[in-house]
Design a protein around this ligand. Structure first.
Ligand SMILES: Nc1ncnc2c1ncn2[C@@H]1O[C@H](COP(=O)(O)OP(=O)(O)OP(=O)(O)O)[C@@H](O)[C@H]1O
Length: 263
């Protein structure tokens, strides 16, 4: 099957990334490419190195070796760890988005829901109070939160609602690239299902480019176009999501898939 995403320009070109804390702990000699409009899932059991890889890709942790190149435009490529830390941080604030597993890591718990959404727009230079507030209400509606709660602090929200707010805060600036680390983890199963449904709709509507880390193959199945399967810091299998989940080739992937299917 032809995947239109693979014809689009490459946004992220990752070559030979190694970041090891000990043998098999972290990620090792990893290559990947993310195309615009593509959702790339990184799956594997706990400790396989998914979050380490995500931190390196998002500019939060320098690799021991390798390069992460971000193609902002056809003639504008940034080598993430050759530019300074300030520019890396600015990218994350202005052009990229990061959705943490724990919404408390991505939200400012002491300020209102509306301010959480508006803050990232202000970082882009928007100052008009009415417009910031309207954007806050609009995005709360998009993530199925009651816009009447715009002045409430996130700590008065349930875990699922906080995660919706974190997603609104991340997407309000229309980031070109979004990193998600177990976005539905830590929530009740019924809350997860609704959140996943909403995320899938947003990813499609906005044509988001996403690197998604999850140990949950059902999440990967619903959201990702392609998968990388990691084990002990290395990629053991890569390919289209349906192919990998329906016909896994590597023994480790077969085990991962069968342990999900077996009750
Ligand atoms: N800052 C650190 N210092 C030392 N060891 C670390 C550090 N971060 C991760 N590790 C180790 O590296 C390995 C990979 O961890 P990582 O969090 O990337 O895996 P993961 O696949 O995301 O797992 P999980 O789903 O449990 O978060 C683990 O053995 C972990 O203990």
């Amino acid at each position: 099957m032809k995947r239109p995403e693979l014809d689009r320009p490459v946004l992220l070109d990752v070559q030979g990334i190694t970041r090891l804390y000990g043998p098999g702990k972290g990620c090792e000699e990893l290559d990947l490419r993310l195309h615009a409009g593509e959702v790339l899932g990184i799956v594997g059991e706990s400790g396989s190195g998914k979050s380490t890889l995500l931190r390196v890709l998002a500019g939060l942790e320098a690799p021991d070796a390798g390069r992460v190149v971000y193609h902002r435009a056809a003639d504008d490529a940034l080598d993430l760890y050759a530019i300074g830390e300030a520019r890396r941080r600015a990218l994350l604030r202005l052009e990229w988005g990061l959705v943490h597993q724990n919404p408390r890591d991505g939200l400012r718990m002491g300020v209102s829901a509306g301010a959480n959404v508006g803050e990232r727009l202000m970082a882009l230079g928007q100052r008009h109070y009415g417009q910031l507030r309207a954007a806050g209400q609009d995005w709360m509606t998009q993530v199925e939160l009651d816009p009447a709660r715009i002045d409430d602090a996130p700590r008065t929200f349930s875990g699922g609602m906080q995660q919706r707010l974190q997603i609104a805060r991340t997407l309000v600036t229309r980031p070109r690239l979004v990193f998600m680390d177990e976005p539905t983890g830590g929530l009740d199963v019924s809350v997860q299902a609704r959140l996943l449904d909403m995320l899938r709709t947003l990813v499609r509507q906005l044509g988001l480019s996403v690197v998604l880390v999850t140990h949950d193959l059902a999440v990967a199945r619903l959201l990702a176009h392609r998968l990388l399967v990691m084990r002990r810091g290395r990629v053991v299998e890569a390919g289209l999501t349906d192919q990998i989940l329906d016909d896994p080739q590597h023994a480790y992937t077969q085990l991962l898939v069968s342990s999900v299917l077996t009750p």
